[in-house]
Design a protein around this ligand. Structure first.
Ligand code: ADP
Ligand code: MG
Length: 315
C-alpha cells in the first residue's frame, strides 16, 4: 500500500516575494524551488502568501489615480487585496509551473483561488486599526486622505503619517470547498493570499471590509479546514528564539504548546512579526493530535520537514 501523502499548508512571508515588481519576479523563482522540493518529498501542498508591500503599492497607485482624475472614485482596500492576490498569484503560478516542468512534473496544474475570508463585524480590531500599510505622508497629506478617502492615519515613530487599517481574525474561508476540490484532484493551489479578501456577511451579500487579515492566522484556519498534517510558516529566520536579539538569546528546535504560551506571556515574540506566527502555530498544533507546525527559513523548508532544522511546534 502506498503511504498517505503528507498534507501541508505553507505560509510565505515577505522575503519570499520581495518589495518591487522586479524583486518579486526574481524571488518567486527561489520560492518555487523550495515549494517543488516539498512536492518531490511526496507532500500535498497548498500555498498562502502575505501581501504587505504589494497591497501598499496597489493602494498608493489607486489613490494616485483618484488624485489625477476626479471621476475615479477611491478604490476600497478589499479590492486592493483582491488585486494583490491576482498579481502575486500570477507570478507564483507562473514560476511554480516552470519549476515543475524543469523537474519533469507535467501533470500537476497550478491554480490561484481568489479567496474571500469572512470576518466578524463585531471584531474588536475594527475599533482599533493598528496595521500600517503603504507610504509615509505629511500631516497635510494625512488630513486630506482622512477627509477624502475615509482613511485612519497615525503618526509612526517620528517618521511621518501612515494609513493604519484593522486586522480582524479570519472566521470563515468562503471558497474552502473549491480549494479542497482542487487539492483533492491533485492540483497545486495558491489560496488565501494576503490573508484573504476581508468580507462581512450582510444577508446574502458579502461586503468588502476595510482591513487586512494576517496571513499567519488565515493559513492556520486553512490548514485546520483542510485537515493538514503540517502548517509551515516560511520567514526570514531559521528558528524562533527566546530572548531574541539579547545576549541570552536561545534558538529553539522544539517547542510544546504550554511552553509556547508561557513564552508568549513573557513577551518573547514581537507583535506584528513573530507573535502571530507562534500564536498561529500553537493554535494549529492544539487543534488535533498529530498536527505539527514548523517555522523556518524559506530555503530550509525541505530540511525542516525532514526534521533537521527549524522550530517544530507540537502539542
Ligand atoms: P514575514 O514577512 O515572514 O511575516 P516578519 O518580519 O513579519 O516576517 O516576521 C519575522 C521576523 O520576526 C524575523 O525576521 C525576526 O526579525 C522577527 N522576530 C521577532 N521576534 C522574534 C523571535 N523571538 N524569534 C525569531 N524572530 C523574531
Ligand atoms: Mg509578518
Amino acid at each position: 500500500m502506498m503511504a498517505k501523502k503528507k498534507r501541508i499548508v505553507i505560509a510565505l512571508g515577505g522575503n519570499a516575494l520581495g518589495n518591487t515588481l522586479s524583486e518579486q519576479m526574481a524571488a518567486v523563482k527561489i520560492t518555487a524551488k523550495a515549494i517543488v522540493d516539498l512536492i518531490q518529498e511526496d507532500c500535498e501542498v497548498v500555498v498562502v502568501h502575505g501581501n504587505g508591500p504589494q497591497v501598499g503599492m496597489i493602494n498608493n497607485a489607486m489613490a494616485a489615480l483618484t488624485r489625477e482624475n476626479a471621476a475615479q472614485p477611491n478604490t476600497p482596500l478589499s479590492v486592493c487585496v483582491a488585486m494583490s492576490q491576482a498579481y502575486i498569484g500570477y507570478d507564483l503560478q507562473n514560476a511554480l509551473r516552470e519549476e515543475l516542468y524543469n523537474r519533469n512534473i507535467k501533470d500537476m496544474p497550478v491554480a490561484t483561488m481568489i479567496t474571500q475570508v469572512r470576518v466578524e463585524k463585531e471584531d474588536p480590531a475594527f475599533q482599533n486599526p493598528s496595521k500600517p500599510i503603504g507610504h509615509f505622508m505629511t500631516q497635510e497629506e494625512a488630513r486630506f486622505a482622512e477627509e477624502n478617502y475615509g482613511y485612519v492615519t497615525k503618526e509612526d515613530a517620528g517618521r511621518g503619517y501612515r494609513r493604519v487599517v484593522a486586522s480582524p481574525k479570519p472566521a470563515e474561508i468562503v471558497e474552502i470547498g473549491a480549494i479542497r476540490a482542487l487539492l483533492e484532484s491533485g492540483q497545486l493551489v495558491i489560496a488565501c493570499g494576503g490573508g484573504g479578501i476581508p468580507v462581512t456577511l450582510e444577508g446574502n451579500h458579502l461586503r468588502g471590509a476595510s482591513a487586512v487579515i494576517d496571513k499567519d492566522f488565515a493559513s492556520c484556519l486553512l490548514a485546520e479546514q483542510l485537515d493538514a498534517d503540517f502548517l509551515i510558516i516560511l520567514t526570514a529566520v531559521e528558528k524562533v528564539a527566546i530572548n531574541f536579539g539579547k545576549p541570552e538569546e536561545k534558538w529553539l528546535n522544539d517547542l510544546n504548546c504550554s511552553d509556547a504560551k508561557k513564552y508568549i506571556a513573557e513577551g518573547h515574540f514581537a507583535p506584528g512579526s513573530m507573535l502571530p506566527k507562534v500564536e498561529a502555530a500553537v493554535r494549529f498544533a492544539e487543534s488535533k493530535p498529530g498536527r505539527t507546525a514548523l517555522i523556518t527559513l524559506l530555503e530550509k523548508a525541505k530540511e525542516g520537514i525532514l526534521g533537521n532544522t527549524g522550530t517544530h511546534i507540537h502539542q
